[in-house]
Design a protein around this ligand. Structure first.
Ligand code: ADP
Ligand code: MG
Length: 551
């Protein structure tokens, strides 16, 4: 930031960064999507998931899910009830830090298998009894249970149940794991304990998000995309198999479509079109992995507070008022929830912002500085939401769904859900009837209409900073394109969805008519329910293969 430049002028600059690039970004998005489908090693990796069918809410049965994130290990049993709802039992433990640096990959999985054993003993002992009697009794539970494994590290997949670790992140380092098959290593440890469990599917959390949304989403419209705007950002979408030309003939499973994990967080790492400020550059240079995840660094919860922090440092130094002992000078001291707070502080004198600046950073901010901070928070948040809109728009355009007739009857009507969750960990009861898309009838539609007319006024401060007027539409058509989204940034940053919808309307190929056909809703628990649904998909694929064999 140039010294002496007034805040409004800086803002104009920032907003030209958010409004000028749409046209170019479309061309590059087009190229990136296509490139990743054709070659390995593309910037946007477009990783095939080998999941070839989408759940429509009618699937039933009990499946297991294991979710190995960076911090916790979660074991779940998901009972699919066949009416778009499920009930779930789960247990969660922190991963012991010595296991993150275990001597061997097997050691890590031995721990996971033990947790799985304990979980079955507690919640599903009927499976253990049946297996110990070798299924010879009349016990009904003599079958193996299929398990879906959500593994939140970079892996390369060769089949639904085959994949190898590419590299460790998030504090893990078990050297012998690199290049080893994940599922079979896990399976050997399960077999040592003689558990009746088959590791049937290895899934990325965005793939799980898409599956979970597809199972629970209301209405007949098939889900196209599962997107995450949380700590990081990524999306998985349904691609036509014929376009996945990098898969060789022998690698292609039966089916017309496959879910692809886009890894869009690394879209335009080359920085050909992404907006770039000195604050973005400072963040990138100081980050653990400079030069990669450039799209993610402008969108996701992990980074937005840090972009703001750099901008505030710039602002204060241009005013000549820098307190060098302030926490402002420590990296990552501002969480992205600060942006949500600042964006919605409508108090006279911005008392909330000033109080938080004082509490968090020991900055005694004038009203003028607080105003500047609010404007910056609005600009950074708005830019993030607009970029999120670009990713969603790119997938919608490339899917061809806007021009293709949507298959009818592929999903049954929505049923209000009531889902029980039991387990060692308290977890909010999932009630999919809280999805606003389900409620847009009767009284709700009236309230929604009132909101839609006031929305123009509510969006006024945002529209002052560029971008067109966002028109909310109430009467959405029936041939919808469904998008499931997960993540706190989407959930809590004010008007995140509204800004995304503004982008969809602005992009020529979608427009106001196309935007009306996009249904955006919350996806529930992609790493639990989604992994269970992947195990279900694996089961179906196995049945299909078995039926193909000559009798
Ligand atoms: P995860 O990505 O680990 O699954 P979340 O979806 O909850 O978890 O996302 C966490 C991220 O969301 C964090 O980076 C956090 O800063 C951000 N976040 C949490 N609350 C808010 C909020 N109110 N507004 C904006 N961002 C938030
Ligand atoms: Mg999450």
């Amino acid at each position: 930031m140039e010294a002496g430049m007034s805040v409004p002028r800086r803002l104009d600059l920032w907003n030209s960064w958010v409004s000028d690039y749409d046209n170019r970004i479309r061309i590059i998005a087009d190229f990136c999507v296509e490139d990743g489908l054709k070659h390995d090693g593309a910037t946007m990796a477009q990783i095939p998931s080998y999941v070839t069918s989408l759940p429509d809410g009618t699937d039933t049965g009990l499946y297991l899910a294991v979710d190995l994130g960076g911090t916790n290990l979660r074991v779940c049993a998901v009972d699919l009830l066949g009416d778009s709802t499920y009930s779930m039992k789960q247990s969660k433990v922190a991963i012991p830090s010595q296991l993150m640096l275990a001597a061997t990959f097997s050691e890590l999985f031995a721990f996971i298998a033990t947790r799985l054993h304990l979980f079955l003993q507690k919640h599903h002992p009927e499976y253990l009894e049946a297996s110990s009697s070798n299924g010879a009794t009349t016990a009904v539970k003599k079958d193996n249970i299929l398990l879906g494994f959500t593994f939140s590290f970079a892996f390369e997949q060769q089949a639904l149940d085959r994949g190898t670790l590419l590299r460790w992140t998030k504090g893990f380092n078990i050297p012998d794991a690199i290049g080893m098959d994940i599922c079979s290593t896990f399976q050997s440890e399960i077999d040592k304990l003689q558990l009746p469990v088959i590791v049937a599917a290895l899934v990325n959390d965005t793939v799980g998000t898409l599956l979970a949304r597809s199972y629970t989403s209301p209405g007949k419209s098939p889900t196209l995309l599962g997107a995450i705007f949380g700590t990081g950002t990524n999306g998985a979408y349904v691609e036509r198999m014929s376009r996945l030309t990098k898969l060789k003939r022998g690698e292609k499973p039966t089916g017309d479509e496959m879910i692809v994990n886009s890894e869009w967080g690394s879209f335009d790492n080359e920085m050909k079109v992404l907006p770039d400020t000195v604050y973005d550059q400072a963040l990138d240079t100081e980050s653990v992995h400079p030069g990669i995840q450039m799209f993610e660094k402008r969108i996701s919860g992990m980074y937005l507070g840090e972009v703001l922090r750099h901008a505030i440092v710039g602002l204060l130094s241009s005013q000549g008022s820098v307190n060098t002992s302030s926490k402002l000078h420590e990296a990552y001291t501002i969480d992205s929830s600060f942006l949500s707070m600042a964006a919605s502080d409508d108090t006279a004198g911005l008392t909330v912002i000033r109080k938080q600046l004082d509490l968090l950073l020991e900055i005694d901010a004038s009203v003028e500085i607080a105003e500047a901070v609010k404007i910056l928070a609005l600009a950074i948040g708005r830019r993030a939401a607009r970029l999120a809109g670009v990713a969603i728009a790119g997938v919608i355009i490339k899917s061809g769904r806007l021009s293709a007739p949507i298959p009818t009857g592929s999903k049954k009507n929505a049923v209000a859900a009531s889902v029980k969750t039991v387990g060692d960990v308290e977890q909010a009861t999932f009630d999919s009837s809280s999805d606003p898309a389900r409620k847009r009838t009767g009284l709700w539609s009236m309230i929604y209409r009132v909101f839609a007319t006031t929305a123009w006024w509510l969006s006024l401060p945002l529209r002052m900073f560029g971008g067109g007027q966002i028109k909310l539409v109430t009467d959405r058509p029936t041939d919808m394109i469904d998008v499931g989204v997960d993540g706190s940034l989407f959930e809590f940053y004010p008007k995140f969805e509204e800004i995304i919808r503004g982008v969809l309307q602005e992009v020529e190929e979608i427009g106001i008519e196309g935007e009306r056909r996009v249904q955006i809703g919350k996806a529930q628990d992609g790493s639990g329910v989604g992994a269970a649904l992947a195990a279900r998909a694996a089961g179906k694929a196995r049945e299909l293969e078995a039926n193909k064999l000559p009798k």
